[in-house]
Design a protein around this ligand. Structure first.
Ligand SMILES: C[S@@+](CC[C@H](N)C(=O)[O-])C[C@H]1O[C@@H](n2cnc3c(N)ncnc32)[C@H](O)[C@@H]1O
Length: 379
């Protein structure tokens, strides 16, 4: 039994079964034994690989997306350039290198990072130190003024609650101990959950046995971002507003399903074995997030498949430009990366891009239309 499994087991013996969100929080972020607290999980030697670690083209195109937003917004200076969960800092380093081609952008930005892991913070300091980043513990610590925010594979790491529909009501799925008093398993709470307005609204025609997820932390964070984007300029004339780009794997429209998964060494793992040793993630419910953002006052855009989004931003042209100076082996790598990022059977469709913007903000690149109208009815 790992040290963290022992801590969780003792808590369950003491207090009874715990919610999945509590279990995920402990497994991912326990200050001493949590998955993200102790390691660099990315890359070939880790447990998973993300788009910016596959190819520099990903971060470069996101950097140009940010610079384009900044230009369309009238070159505000200063503005906060924020990244949630920057991993090794690779995405932001590639983004800033590409955006350096837009005069004034680098000088105007105040780089702000939100990161829970000390190991990854140290790597971000190495990759981005020359840009003098500031690490925030919460978005409320952001200075007044416009923001451009990006988050790649961040929302999938946020803990959520899970419920099963039984006899006309939602019952929470709780983490409890197995018969051996050491292993963990999910069990449906016998009593119905007391207050489930969002589940009732998302899934009015739920069937017996349906399982649905409630991403409370993701919903409060997206609402906070949307509120920040829709804030009016302050009385002293400081401008506000801005845009946010969310990239992640997930679904739209909402549907009842259980998406919790664990990855270890690039392979599926049981989420209830050895908590803290494997990455735990969920698929992002884009419909619920965009609806919450719209309700909090932001315009919402997308989602569109990551493949279509990157192609709209000029992936083909960037790959061609890189290929002109590349060896034949490098050209093969560029092609393989492009395929992996955009192919519908790889990361092109399951991975999605969505944006939020302040109500008066110009249309962000890569999105043909707003989603706001589509939130009106059920998702
Ligand atoms: C899957 S990694 C993605 C890293 C990077 N964005 C990329 O694309 O390579 C998730 C990132 O979010 C951070 N993270 C996870 N949960 C967090 C939380 N609750 N608060 C702050 N950072 C968190 C992790 O430490 C890591 O940097």
């Amino acid at each position: 039994m790992t040290a963290l499994a022992d801590i969780i087991a003792r808590r369950i013996r003491r207090e009874g079964p715990i919610g999945l969100a509590d279990y995920m929080s402990l497994a991912l972020l326990h200050p001493e034994h949590g998955y993200y607290s102790r390691r660099d999980p990315l890359g070939r030697g880790g447990d998973f690989i993300t788009a910016p670690e596959i190819s520099q083209m990903f971060g470069e195109l996101i950097g140009l997306w940010c610079a384009d937003c900044w230009l369309r917004a009238g070159r505000p200076s200063p503005f906060s350039l924020v990244e949630l969960g920057p991993g090794r800092g690779t995405l932001m380093a590639d983004a800033l290198r590409a955006a350096a081609g837009v005069p004034g952008f680098l000088d105007a930005k105040r780089l702000c990072l939100v990161e829970a892991s000390h190991t990854l913070k140290a790597m971000q300091r190495g990759a981005l130190g020359t840009h003098r980043p500031r690490w925030l513990t919460s978005l409320s610590d952001l200075a007044d003024g416009p923001i451009i925010l990006i988050a790649n594979e961040f929302f999938d790491a946020l803990p959520l609650r899970q419920f099963t529909y039984r006899s006309g009501a939602w019952h929470e799925n709780l983490v409890t101990l197995g018969a051996d008093d050491r292993s963990f398993r999910l069990a449906v709470d016998r009593s119905p959950a007391r207050h489930t307005p969002l589940l009732d609204r998302l899934y009015p025609g739920a069937d017996e046995g349906d399982v649905a997820e409630l991403p409370g932390m993701a919903l409060s964070l997206i609402s906070e971002i949307a509120q920040r984007l829709s804030q009016p300029a302050s009385e002293d004339g400081t401008p506000s507003g801005g845009a946010a780009l969310i990239l992640d794997y997930g679904y739209h429209p909402s549907r009842p399903q259980a998406t919790l998964q664990a990855l270890k060494g690039h392979a599926r793992h049981d989420p209830f074995i050895a908590p803290g040793e494997a990455d735990l993630t969920v698929h992002v419910n884009f419909a619920a997030l965009l609806r919450a953002a719209a309700e909090a006052g932001a315009e919402t855009w997308g989602p569109v498949g990551q493949g279509a989004f990157l192609e709209a931003l000029g992936l083909e042209a960037r790959a061609a430009a890189l290929s002109t100076k590349a060896s034949s082996a490098q050209r093969r790598d560029i092609e393989a990366a492009k395929h992996r990022l955009t192919d519908p059977d790889q990361m092109g469709v399951l991975f999605k891009a969505a944006a939020l913007s302040s109500p008066d903000f110009p249309q962000p690149a890569g999105f043909a239309e707003k989603t706001t109208g589509r939130h009106a009815g059920s998702d």
